[in-house]
Write a protein that binds this ligand. Structure first.
Ligand code: ADP
Ligand code: MG
Length: 368
């Protein structure tokens, strides 16, 4: 398992004197937490990772131990700021990250009752995402790592989502099939071991979360729309409308036709009737998305010969999807939508970049 070797690299890549100096306070920190009954940390003092995530419209920071205990996870969502535009405005997101990143990091340290002296490494989302937004997190992480002589771990946001599974009390064991469904991505991944994955399928157009968001907008519900549709659908009949589930070859997805079908239905029904049948529309629309996701995930698992199925990303919070995959493991609810704890979790299985090489790191906008 990479856990031990990663921690060895943490120690090796930091300046010796700095680590020795920090040791006492970190041990104090862990023993204080034990007194307070915080889970884990029974022997020794686990390395602490400070992670920063700013890939989209959440400014997030977390402090997570090498064993995966989350000491703090702060997520400041900008969704209210973007709601009136019906989606994320990149320029506004970058500027807001700039205002929020320092207070959010400070809050993460405060909540964990820690200071930067206790931190052994910094992790940050490098991509994919909005490049201007990512750059704010990357710059902040570089500055902290540089000032404290710490190694920096650049983390892929998608690896972060997968690693949210390892923050569970009873984490899923690799190998498994992972369905990653968020606002920006819909992927089927084979995960042979922690820190590695192979892509089996993706969306040809919209992401599943995006389909929820666009559907919500057509129905005059709020943004982000997934949770709104989920809530309204509880009162509706999922079989009231027969929305199409796109049939694309292989293990890929397509959601753009579904969105168009909803648009035509809403137009045909007219404003008054749409309002009356909103719950049925939401339930039927949700059913189409969920049946595509669940069907393809199970088919992929079978094709890849994987027994276990796990679901991560914002859409993993969806109650109908949870019902449709009763044997699957879902990321803890708190870590489905974007957060920094999952980035710290992934950092445990990624390579730290020592000072000063990490100063050259750049953000990337799209998945490789
Ligand atoms: P990204 O990383 O692409 O920003 P997140 O992982 O933060 O996306 O997930 C956000 C997406 O999750 C949004 O599209 C939102 O509508 C969707 N979402 C959140 N809760 C639910 C839910 N209960 N049902 C369906 N979709 C949901
Ligand atoms: Mg995400």
């Amino acid at each position: 398992m990479t856990g031990t070797s990663t921690s060895a690299t943490w120690a090796a890549s930091g300046p010796e004197a700095g680590f020795a100096g920090r040791e006492a306070s970190r041990r104090d920190l862990v023993s204080t937490r034990q007194k307070e009954g915080v889970r884990g940390g029974t022997t020794g003092s686990p390395a602490l990772v400070l992670a920063i995530e700013t890939s989209c419209d959440e400014t997030a920071a977390a402090l997570v131990s090498e064993r995966g205990e989350v000491l703090s996870s702060i997520v400041s969502s900008q969704s209210d700021l973007h709601a009136r535009f019906g989606g994320v405005v990149p320029e506004i997101a970058s500027r807001r990250h700039l205002e929020l990143v320092a207070p959010v990091v400070r809050e993460a340290l405060d909540q964990a009752d820690a200071s930067l002296d206790d931190v052994d490494g910094v992790a940050v989302t490098q991509g994919p995402g909005l490049v201007g937004a990512l750059l704010v997190g990357v710059s902040a992480a570089k500055a902290i790592a540089w000032a404290r002589g710490l190694p920096l771990v650049p983390v892929d946001h998608l690896d972060g989502h997968v690693a949210s599974l390892y923050l569970d009390d009873d984490p899923v064991e690799a190998p498994f099939l992972c369905l990653l469904a968020s606002g920006g991505h819909t992927l089927l991944l084979a995960v042979p071991e922690r820190g590695r994955s192979e892509r089996l399928g993706t969306t040809l157009d919209d992401a599943a979360g995006e389909a929820f968001d666009k559907g919500s907008r057509l129905l005059g519900l709020g943004y982000p729309g997934g949770a709104e549709i989920d809530r309204l659908a509880q009162r509706g009949d999922p079989k009231a409308f027969a929305f199409p589930v796109a049939r694309v070859p292989g293990l890929d997805f397509s959601f753009s036709g579904l969105k168009t079908a909803l648009l035509y239905t809403v137009r045909e029904l007219g404003e008054e009737e749409t309002e009356k049948r909103k719950a049925d529309l939401a339930a039927s629309y949700q059913r189409a998305i969920v049946s595509a996701l669940a069907g393809r995930a199970l088919a992929a698992a079978e094709q890849a010969g994987l027994e276990r199925v796990a679901v991560v990303g914002g859409v993993a919070a969806n109650s109908a999807l949870r019902d449709a995959l009763p044997d699957a493991r879902f990321a803890p609810l708190a870590y489905c939508t974007d957060n920094a704890a999952m980035i710290a979790s992934a950092a445990r299985y990624a390579a730290p970049v020592p000072y000063p090489r990490f100063l050259e790191l750049d953000a990337y906008a799209s998945a490789a």
